[in-house]
Design a protein around this ligand. Structure first.
Ligand SMILES: Cc1ncc(COP(=O)(O)O)c(C=O)c1O
Length: 403
């Protein structure tokens, strides 16, 4: 289990985590390599039948069969566990959505009710409607700003509360400790999609959340070339998460795990740069004609800004801005002509992206109303001055099209 009393700072852990001697060296030889290498395997060979039979009794972090992983994946999972004080272990998945799905399946059963934040990533909602509902698991959506008011929704049927903070389109920050306190009082499980902050900016299990989920596809990998998800759980729930992942046959390829582990070593410097550039650009955008509002947790007018200040240690590179008036066509004029921003799904890579988003389509408990269409930006590692000049020209196109 990752030690809450570990004195090492998170940046030091990022460098050292998951590099156990048995994964970087050869038995009986001193020293070793820096990074655990790629161990590819399906079949594992045993000395004899007795060893083959004995191996089935404990298959966690033991060479057993390729689907249970090799040291490449164990090392990455271990590193993610080390980054979350209070965690008992981490399972890896072929995408963030697979991780979310498995975590929910691990804690819910027919007849249960799930409370889902209304600002959740749309495919998370789709999983609830198209997979959980037919299984007899009901989802009730709640306002992201509900805070301690969540207690009013807690009945004997409620088994789990899912948080995503901030929401990845509209960036409301949730009152995590208040929701956790209400949940704990009734023995209800809490899960968080922590992709935006990563454990570096929000060690969620330290705040009492039971399960922390990452779309590693974003900042952990950081280079837009691997799909991956992770579920990190506390002592009470890790065995259940692991069993569910195994039952569904979930795993990641060793090559992808290796790329993700490589990405993770530089997470600290990348996130710092993403943060600084995003803040600079968001600040600039806030003063521009044609921009009604910037939605960024580090800005006072973002819902839950005070909670962000209290609970998070930083902000990453993803935020949105609301245009002042205009329509779909005027927004497309802005985005289509951008030279330094790609147009595409996902975020958290080294390259900047711009995306038209329409939150109203993905709400049911709350109503999304804004002054105009929204653009979401994932700020990459380019020089922010270039990005600002690009957006400046884009806003001029928007204003011309809006007239
Ligand atoms: C907040 C959030 N969670 C989860 C996911 C899913 O991750 P993946 O694309 O790896 O399935 C995404 C993807 O965009 C996301 O934005």
């Amino acid at each position: 289990m990752s030690d809450g009393g570990d004195a090492r700072k998170p940046l030091t852990k990022l460098v050292q985590a998951g590099r156990r001697p048995e994964w970087t060296g050869l038995p009986g030889q001193p020293g070793g390599i820096v990074s655990p290498p790629v161990w590819r395997a399906s079949t594992i060979l045993y000395d004899d039948v007795a060893h083959l039979r004995a191996a089935t009794t404990n298959t966690h972090e033991r060479l057993f069969y390729g689907r249970k992983g090799t040291p490449t994946a164990w090392s990455l999972a271990d590193a993610l566990t080390e980054m979350e004080p209070g965690a008992a272990g981490t399972m890896l998945f072929p995408s963030g959505v697979a991780a979310i799905a498995c975590a929910l399946m691990a804690v819910l059963k027919p007849g249960d009710r799930l409370l889902m934040v209304d600002s959740a990533y749309d495919p998370t909602r789709s999983f609830c409607e198209n997979m959980l509902k037919p299984l007899g698991i009901e989802t009730v959506y709640y306002d992201p700003t509900i805070g301690a008011g969540i207690a009013e929704l807690l009945t004997d049927k409620v088994r789990a509360i899912f948080l995503e903070s901030p929401g990845s389109l509209t960036f409301e920050v949730q009152d995590i400790p208040a929701i956790v306190a209400a949940a704990r009082a009734r023995d209800i499980v809490t899960l968080i999609d922590n992709t935006w902050a990563t454990p570096l900016f929000l060690p969620a299990l330290s705040l009492g959340v039971d399960i922390s989920i990452l779309a590693c596809t974003k900042y952990i990998v950081g280079h837009s070339d691997v799909m991956m998800g992770s579920v990190t759980a506390n002592e009470a729930l890790f065995a259940k998460v692991r069993q569910t992942a195994w039952l569904f046959g979930q795993m990641t390829s060793p090559d992808d795990a290796w790329l993700a582990a490589r990405g993770m070593r530089t997470l600290g410097v990348r996130l710092k740069q993403h943060q600084d550039s995003a803040l600079q650009i968001a600040q600039w955008l806030g003063g521009q004609p044609g921009v009604a509002r910037v939605l960024h947790p580090a800005f006072p007018d973002c819902p839950g800004h005070d909670l962000w200040r209290r609970d998070f240690t930083g902000s990453s590179g993803l935020f949105s801005f609301i245009l002042a008036g205009g329509d779909e066509r005027a927004r497309a004029e802005l985005i289509d002509g951008l030279a330094h921003f790609g147009i595409g799904y996902s975020w958290g890579g080294f390259e900047s992206l711009a995306l038209p988003v329409d939150p109203a389509r993905h709400r049911s408990a709350t109503r999304w109303q804004a002054e105009g269409p929204i653009v979401r930006l994932s700020i990459g590692l380019e020089d922010p001055a270039d990005l600002i000049a690009d957006l400046d020209a884009g806003l001029a196109r928007f204003r011309a099209a809006r007239r």
